[in-house]
Structure formats: C-alpha cells, structure tokens
Design a protein around this ligand. Structure first.
Ligand SMILES: Cc1cc2nc3c(=O)[nH]c(=O)nc-3n(C[C@H](O)[C@H](O)[C@H](O)COP(=O)(O)O)c2cc1C
Length: 364
C-alpha cells in the first residue's frame, strides 16, 4: 500500500474478530514503530505487547475507553529515567511523549498496511495498568493500542476532519485568536462516528483516494497524535478540595486494587457485560478516569454501565420471565446503538435517555 493510501485507510477500529495475530506480524509492527524519529535519537519508547487472552481481558476491564474485545493490546511506554540520563530533563518531560506518539502512528500505519485494525486508547486506569504489567517506577505508560483483525461487517466510516483552511496558516499564526477558536467547526468525533456504520474500509479508501486511483492531498494532521501526554488535571487551590481529591483517589485506588485482586482468572464471557466483575471494574475505573475528561463522558459511562446491567439481567431472566428479559434486552440494544451520540449529537443522546427510561418502565 502507498503511504498516503495507508494514512487515509487507517481508522480507529472498535469491533474486532476473534482471529489471533501472529507474533511475527506483531514484531514487524513494533519494528516499524522503532523507525519513527526521536529527539536526539534517544528512543526511550518501550513496547509491551499483550496477547495473553486472560491479561488482555484484565486490561480491557480497567480501560473504560476500550471497546470491541481486541485479541491484542500494545502498551506503549516511555522510559523517562533513561530519557533523562541520555537527553536531559526536556527529553524526559516533553520529548519522550512526542517520540512515543510518532512511534504509535508508525505502528498503526503499519497495521493498516497489513489489514489490521487499531485504536489508540487513552481512557485507561494508569494505576491498574501499571499493576497488571508490573511497570517499573521510571517508566510512563503513554498509550494503549488495541489491535486485531477488524470485523468486516462493521468497518468504521472516516470521522469528519476540520477544513484545511481552519487548521493551516502560512508564515503567521496571529489570526488564530480566541474568537476564532470559539467558531471553529466541531469535528471532534469518537467511537460515536465509528461504531455500527457499514461503509467498508475499501469504500472509504476509494472515496479518499479518488476514482482515478490517485491519492488526493493528505488532509490529516498529527496534532492529535502529538497530544498523547496526559490531560492536565483541573487546578484547585482550596486545601479542602485537595484533601477531598486525595481521599477520593485513595479510595478509588483501593477499590481498584480489590477489583483487580478479585479478578483472578474468571471465565471469559462472550457477551459484553454478563460478568459482574467486569462491570465493577468498569465502574470503578470510569469514576477514576472522569476527572479531567469531557463532562459528557459522565453520562456516557453511567449509561454504558446501565447497558451492561440490563444485558446481565436480561440473561438471568430469560427463562423465568421472558417478557421482562426482552424489555431489558431492548433497553440494552437501544443504549448500544445510541450511547455514543453524546460525542456528535447531544440532543439525540438525551432523547435516547428518555426513550431508555420509557423502555425501562416496561421492565419494572
Ligand atoms: C491520544 C488519543 C487518545 C484516544 N483515546 C481513545 C479512547 O480512549 N477510546 C477510543 O475509543 N478512542 C480513542 N481515540 C481515538 C480517537 O477517538 C480517534 O482517533 C478520532 O475519533 C478520529 O478517528 P480516526 O482515528 O478513525 O481517524 C484516541 C485517539 C488519540 C490520538
């Protein structure tokens, strides 16, 4: 595949088949990652590729932003201590995240070239991931990348991109003032735009590449990939707020550790949300992750949890009370279909919440 075609064909994939990915292929993807540029060629990036199904499942359980049950999760880290020793403080604090982002993009493009699907995941619980993978203190987890063969029936559409004129200037940046920022086209999308849509990747590539088979100018920017460093925490100067926050995080970490310890090796359930422990881990890590994430993720995580409970209840009631089980199953389906509208169409999201309440009433 031409590089420009791979750039346009890569999509965040959130539905995977069960088919395993060979170690040889995984090694080749990481090798592609290591050919990314790095400041002073420090190469502080590290890659922990998780393909043990039990461990993948546990990582999934503590990563509310991850979906689609991927067979592999590539965990990209940077060795901050090594970066500091080799390249100084800036290398540790700033460049290692940038370098890791370049490596991630290389990995994802190489995966797209091989026909694999990937999705960058930042909504994971850092404490839990560190604990599950025994990450030493000097290393920072930069990004999780879910990886697997995409489900061909559920290929994602390309989410909108901002018009080039909005994000490109030559020679001066001064017209990017505060007023202009507020009127910018909102091209922010997430799984919302991607899930459940049926356009094939080939169709998208054709569209992007053009009927004549020539690649159109690439209109993507790497700015999002460059922002892989953790979102800044909200600043608060009130001592009581700080104390509260510390206590809140302490209790979440304790709950997380308990959930993680209790996880053991529970049997894998094919149906999402049929396992109480999975739900518990989702709720705890969601609560821990919400600070610093967009406010709308709160209702999203809550309704996602409700969907899992509804699916679980529907399963347990299917023999004893089929009518109620069906109402609950319908509720879970409605939520699954519309929950991510919160990213692109809040009105539709809130309308869905009303419909969900009405459906729920039927199951009471
Ligand atoms: C730093 C970073 C973090 C992301 N975190 C998540 C995440 O937690 N969950 C998710 O489903 N997608 C995540 N994404 C994927 C973006 O939502 C996606 O790249 C964007 O919607 C554009 O879609 P595309 O990748 O198909 O072009 C992340 C992407 C980046 C670059």
């Amino acid at each position: 595949m031409e590089t420009s075609a791979a750039i346009l064909a890569r999509r965040s994939v959130r539905v995977f088949s069960d088919q395993p990915v060979s170690r040889d292929l995984l090694r080749s993807l990481v090798e592609a990652a290591t050919w990314a540029p790095s400041a002073s060629n420090v190469q502080a990036w590290r890659f922990c590729v998780v393909d043990d199904p039990a461990l993948v499942r546990k990582l999934d359980m503590v990563s509310p932003g991850l979906s689609g049950k991927p067979p592999v999760i590539a965990v990209v880290l940077s060795d901050r201590e090594y970066a500091r020793a080799k390249g100084g403080q800036k290398a540790a604090d700033e460049f290692s995240s940038l370098d890791a982002a370049y490596a991630c993009e290389n990995l994802m493009l190489a995966a797209a070239d091989a026909g694999l699907g990937t999705c960058a995941i930042k909504s994971y619980n850092d404490d839990a991931v560190r604990s599950l993978l025994n990450v030493p203190d000097g290393l920072q987890v930069e990004l999780l990348i879910s990886l697997g063969w995409p489900d061909p029936a559920k290929s994602p559409r390309a989410p909108k991109r901002k018009p080039l004129d909005e994000v490109l200037r030559f020679n001066s940046c001064e017209t990017w003032g505060a007023e202009e920022t507020s009127s910018h086209t909102d091209a922010v999308t997430s799984q919302a735009d991607d899930e459940g849509r049926t356009a094939s990747c080939a169709e998208q590539s054709r569209d992007a590449i053009g009927a004549e088979g020539k690649a159109r100018p690439v209109q993507t920017s790497l700015s999002e990939a460059m922002s892989a460093s953790p979102a800044p925490q909200q600043e608060t100067t009130q001592p009581s707020a700080v104390a509260y926050e510390t206590a809140f995080h302490g209790s979440l970490s304790a709950a997380m550790a308990a959930a993680s310890a209790a996880a053991g090796d529970p049997p894998h359930s094919a149906e999402e949300g049929t396992d109480g422990l999975e739900l518990l881990a989702y709720m705890v890590t969601s609560a821990a992750g919400l600070q610093g994430e967009p406010a709308i993720y709160g209702p999203l995580r809550l309704i996602e949890s409700s969907k899992r409970v509804a699916a679980q209840l529907a399963d347990s009631l299917k023999t004893a009370d089929p009518a109620r089980a069906e109402a609950l199953r319908n509720l879970a389906t409605l939520i699954a279909e519309r929950q991510n509208d919160c990213m692109t169409d809040e009105d539709s999201f809130y309308a869905m919440l009303s419909e969900a309440a009405a459906l729920l009433a039927k199951a009471l």
